[in-house]
Design a protein around this ligand. Sequence first.
Ligand SMILES: [Zn+2]
Ligand SMILES: [Zn+2]
Length: 137
Amino acid sequence: MTTTGSCMCGNIRYQFTGEPAVTALCHCVDCQKWTGSAFTSNAVVPRTAFEVTQGTPSSYDVVGASGKINKHFFCSNCGSSLYTELEVMPDMTCVKAGGLDGGAANLSNKIGIEFYVKDRSQYLKPCDGAKQEPQFG
Ligand SMILES: [Zn+2]
Ligand SMILES: [Zn+2]
């Protein structure tokens, strides 16, 4: 199974194969700032299963709460948030699910875990069945 995605303007396209290892929401302030939204939704996939198939994303490094680098990849033309590579998770890519094609953005309506629920907006409720982490793991 191959899942494809793109930025809003279509300059950057990417794909991953197989099912995500985990589906995760992150409510941290960096995710809010980066996306202009209340949280990020993520398909966390092995880096070996992920590839950019068109264009070259720009990236921006932020030092996370761990003290390690969180690398944020985005489209320099339209500004869409695409995916992150966390130094603390060197084998995984966190694909921002909003960019996924064909309805896959909803992550099959199954969220495995929520991070930084301490920063979750009060108008949101915990997802059914999702592990709740106050911060990151
Ligand atoms: Zn774009
Ligand atoms: Zn976050």
